[in-house]
Write a protein that binds this ligand. Structure first.
Ligand SMILES: *[C@@H]1O[C@H](CO)[C@@H](O)[C@H](O)[C@H]1NC(C)=O
Ligand SMILES: *[C@@H]1O[C@H](CO)[C@@H](O)[C@H](O)[C@H]1NC(C)=O
Ligand SMILES: *[C@@H]1O[C@H](CO)[C@@H](O)[C@H](O)[C@H]1NC(C)=O
Ligand SMILES: *[C@@H]1O[C@H](CO)[C@@H](O)[C@H](O)[C@H]1NC(C)=O
Ligand SMILES: *[C@@H]1O[C@H](CO)[C@@H](O)[C@H](O)[C@H]1NC(C)=O
Ligand SMILES: *[C@@H]1O[C@H](CO)[C@@H](O)[C@H](O)[C@H]1NC(C)=O
Ligand SMILES: *[C@@H]1O[C@H](CO)[C@@H](O)[C@H](O)[C@H]1NC(C)=O
Ligand SMILES: *[C@@H]1O[C@H](CO)[C@@H](O)[C@H](O)[C@H]1NC(C)=O
Ligand SMILES: *[C@@H]1O[C@H](CO)[C@@H](O)[C@H](O)[C@H]1NC(C)=O
Ligand SMILES: *[C@@H]1O[C@H](CO)[C@@H](O)[C@H](O)[C@H]1NC(C)=O
Ligand SMILES: *[C@@H]1O[C@H](CO)[C@@H](O)[C@H](O)[C@H]1NC(C)=O
Length: 480
């Protein structure tokens, strides 16, 4: 009797669960589940395939045909039709050839597709991607696709976000006029990320007025950047770094993007001339990177109104004027003015994390505020006029090379110790670790240059670390 009751209860609760489940989420169509499973079996899972992700997880591992595919990791279905409309397999450790006839192309209802940060080395981007006519978001970045980006991508006329960021050695490129076609046809595009794809053309005039983000760093662009880019209202971020053949002429009148523009990365483009006063209207600007743009003259007065700037890099130009003006930017975290003609004395800034003033004409003493800045991690004051005094406790980088200074270091080292080779190395490491720098972890740059000569081992380590960091930064297109 008790057993019958129990059995009845179990059956009842099972039925309840089934009813509850089916009212919550639709069963995904069998053919779409099958297509996904076929796709899954084209790849192996490799711990190295998503090595550059902060978090990676093999999402396809949980895919199981006895479970409704709408609840698989990375798969999302339409609530009314039950069709698979989103597939997000970013950082999923997938490794293998991406076939041109992949079963993925059967998921014709997809609106968002993210295959970024996997390893499809040697695979071409199939022209069939152009058949996902409902796509609004497509991300194929850093998955080692190679070869030509097919013209069929231009058929995705609903795209709002297109991201095919690459590494140079993948040799992804556009055929002649295909980038033009793309911009002409994708009239709803808001974000375009194509860094390190070989575009090798001029930037055409014809682009979406919805654009907010244009990320075309290291794409072999040439010609003159159309001024229209600066006049897109709502425009937020422009990255054209590492395009030395590209000429940028800033508008001299107020830009239509003035209120919205936050990030301007124009590192190593040709912007020969002065910084125009029109920059003074960019009230939202956070990051300004004009490294090595052949800029000259002094900083125009209206620029000192840009009080929101946090990262400023004007290295390797011919700019001049008193350094003290920069210390009006109260929010600055990173300030790099190295290799210019700035002069004068140093003043105070609270939020600084990195300060690079090397190769200018600064003089006087290093003011004590530098050593009380709570966040400062890097300081480079090499090759200036006549800076004196040095005392540091917790910097990752301190460079005072080529200053005629009297070094009083907290480490108590002198030239004799430096030349002792291996034994000196041990004591330096011990001292550095004692100061809590990330020497062993190797993620922070650590080099200390007190004079023109420093131990060879130190220089080796310095170069090696710098290479690692530069590689990492390039990989993620993060320049800071
Ligand atoms: C799929 O799920 C069933 C039932 O939950 C389980 O028995 C089976 O081992 C799973 N298969 C895989 C490949 O995970
Ligand atoms: C895709 O093409 C390859 C040969 O290129 C073939 O071996 C494979 O069976 C095809 N797969 C599908 C799903 O048609
Ligand atoms: C995929 O997921 C990641 C993190 O879970 C998210 O940042 C990204 O925007 C998603 N991609 C798309 C196209 O929605
Ligand atoms: C441009 O988009 C339309 C759909 O809006 C499409 O029919 C056409 O083929 C596309 N042109 C190219 C060259 O891709
Ligand atoms: C980029 O493509 C152009 C022509 O398409 C070619 O001449 C050039 O060598 C390529 N550049 C790189 C760095 O691959
Ligand atoms: C793009 O070019 C076509 C003709 O070449 C022109 O009619 C159209 O107005 C242009 N669109 C934009 C946004 O400039
Ligand atoms: C800037 O915006 C104004 C007002 O919206 C508009 O009239 C003008 O044509 C725009 N300028 C450019 C160069 O796009
Ligand atoms: C900059 O600020 C000054 C006053 O602090 C103001 O007179 C001037 O109009 C501002 N310039 C711009 C371009 O906003
Ligand atoms: C840099 O600017 C100077 C004028 O200030 C000009 O003579 C020179 O040609 C420019 N160099 C490059 C590489 O554009
Ligand atoms: C400071 O700037 C100079 C000039 O661009 C550069 O050579 C040096 O490596 C920079 N220092 C640091 C610590 O990044
Ligand atoms: C520092 O430079 C300024 C401006 O170049 C100059 O007026 C001043 O005399 C210099 N001071 C020292 C101590 O060299």
């Amino acid at each position: 009797m008790g057993y019958v009751k129990l059995l009845f209860f179990m059956l009842f609760s099972l039925l309840c669960q089934l009813a509850f489940c089916s009212s919550l989420s639709h069963l995904c169509p069998k053919d779409q589940a099958l297509a996904l499973l076929q796709f899954k079996h084209m790849f192996t899972l490799s711990p190295y395939a998503s090595a550059y992700c902060e978090f990676s997880h093999p999402k396809t591992l949980s895919w199981n045909k006895s479970i409704n595919c709408c609840s698989w990791d990375g798969v999302y279905c339409d609530e009314t039709t039950g069709h698979v409309i989103e597939l997000n397999l970013t950082c999923s450790k997938l490794q293998g050839k991406f076939q041109a006839n992949s079963s993925l192309f059967q998921l014709s209802n997809l609106k968002r597709l993210d295959l970024s940060d996997n390893d499809f080395s040697g695979s071409l981007i199939s022209p069939k991607f152009g058949e996902f006519s409902s796509l609004t978001h497509l991300d194929l970045s850093y998955s080692s696709f190679t070869g030509l980006i097919p013209a069929q991508i231009s058929r995705l006329s609903k795209l709002q976000v297109l991201s095919i960021k690459s590494n140079q050695y993948d040799e992804l490129r556009f055929g002649p006029h295909n980038s033009e076609l793309l911009l002409k046809n994708l009239t709803r595009l808001g974000e375009l990320h194509l860094s390190s794809v070989n575009i090798s053309s001029t930037i055409p005039l014809n682009f979406s007025s919805y654009l907010t983000t244009l990320d075309l760093g290291d794409t072999q662009l040439y010609g003159i950047l159309p001024k229209r880019v600066f006049h897109l209202s709502n425009f937020e971020s422009l990255d054209l770094s590492f395009n030395p053949q590209l000429t940028v002429r800033f508008p001299t009148t107020k830009w239509n993007s003035s209120a919205s523009l936050m990030n301007l990365y124009l590192n190593r483009v040709d912007a020969t001339g002065r910084i125009p006063e029109s920059f003074g209207h960019l009230t939202s600007l956070r990051t300004l990177d004009l490294l090595s743009c052949n800029l000259s003259g002094s900083i125009p007065k209206p620029l000192w109104n840009l009080t929101n700037v946090e990262v400023l890099d004007l290295r390797d130009n011919h700019l001049e004027g008193p350094i003290s003006d920069f210390f009006r930017f109260g929010k600055l975290r990173w300030l790099s003015l190295g290799n210019n003609n700035f002069d004068g004395q140093l003043d105070g800034l609270q939020n600084l994390q990195r300060l690079n003033l090397s190769s200018n004409h600064l003089n006087g003493t290093i003011p004590s505020w530098i050593f009380s800045l709570p966040s400062l991690r890097q300081l480079d004051l090499r090759y200036n006029g006549n800076i004196q005094e040095f005392y540091s406790k917790s910097f990752d980088v301190v460079s005072l090379k080529q200053n005629q200074m009297e070094a009083t270091t907290p480490f108590g080292l002198d030239d004799e110790e430096e030349e002792e080779g291996d034994s000196a190395m041990i004591s330096w490491q011990a001292v550095l670790m004692g100061y809590g720098c990330g020497l062993v972890i190797g993620l922070s740059i650590i080099y200390i240059m007190l004079s023109t000569q420093y131990p060879a081992w130190f220089s080796r380590m310095d170069i090696e670390l710098e290479h690692r960091i530069i590689k990492r930064m390039k990989r993620h297109k993060k320049r800071y």
